[in-house]
Design a protein around this ligand. Structure first.
Ligand SMILES: [Ca+2]
Ligand SMILES: [Ca+2]
Ligand SMILES: [Ca+2]
Ligand SMILES: [Ca+2]
Length: 242
């Protein structure tokens, strides 16, 4: 009982604490190859199941990520192990969650709340072809690839060991579909809602494992809440320049 209480308290404390993100004075080169600037970033794991079943091994799926920022971009580097790479839906706005995809959840001002059919937050599903899809206010899936630059490369050995780099522009809650939208200039001490996930399909009809960076409190047993509710994201804080 004591242990359970401790675990609950730890979870609660973690959920209140923002993860610090270091500034980089050298822009990250988005090429799927790590560079020395990343040595200033801390790795974070992706151990939480949100849908499907747990991976059978670290070769099936294992993921970790780190973040940096500058005025123009939030930079993400994910290191993903996946035994089978699958991208069977050629249209990037069709069932993109059932192909292997890196899913980046961003709420630029940590406003939280329901974002499924509005743009107070985004759930960018970045496919293996580096295109990024999410729902729009018309309840249809659209591409938002121009919001980010994405590139990944894999190592020569199996299971596929992927270095995936993404530079992400952030937009305010006032983002208008088909409007003239100006990305935010990022600044120190900014707090951003953030979560990362990987949709892992290894050849099934639907994705087999949906693994994420943050523990989700289930609603009626459902932990697949990130694409609907920005309240389940974690928070990151942009540290001052050094
Ligand atoms: Ca790079
Ligand atoms: Ca897999
Ligand atoms: Ca927001
Ligand atoms: Ca896979």
């Amino acid at each position: 009982m004591k242990e359970t209480l401790f675990a609950v308290c730890l979870l609660f404390t973690q959920s209140l604490m923002a993860t610090d993100v270091n500034y980089t004075s050298i822009p990250i080169h988005i090429d799927g190859v790590s560079e020395s600037a990343w040595n200033n970033a801390t790795w974070h794991p992706m151990p939480y199941l949100m849908d499907g079943s747990l991976p059978s091994s670290e070769a099936d799926f294992n993921g970790r990520y780190r973040l940096l920022w500058d005025e123009n971009f939030l930079y993400l580097q994910a290191n993903i192990s996946d035994d089978v790479l699958v991208d069977t839906h050629p249209n990037p706005t069709v069932k993109y969650w059932d192909d292997d995809a890196l899913e980046v959840f961003i709420d630029s001002d940590a406003s939280g709340g329901n974002h499924q059919f509005n743009h107070t937050a985004f759930a960018y599903h970045i496919g293996l072809d580096n295109q990024a899809a999410d729902y729009g206010p018309d309840k249809q899936a659209h591409l938002y690839t121009e919001h980010l630059i994405s590139r990944w490369q894999r190592s020569a050995q199996e299971p596929f060991d992927i270095t995936w780099e993404v530079a992400i522009k952030l937009y305010p809650n006032s983002y208008q579909e088909n409007g003239e939208n100006v990305p935010l200039t990022l600044s120190e001490k900014q707090v951003i809602g953030f979560m990362l996930a990987y949709c892992d399909n290894d050849g099934s009809e639907v994705r087999e494992h949906f693994m994420g960076s943050h523990e989700i409190q289930p609603v009626k047993g459902d932990k697949n809440r990130g694409y609907i509710d920005a309240d389940v994201f974690g928070e990151i804080k942009l540290l001052p320049k050094r």
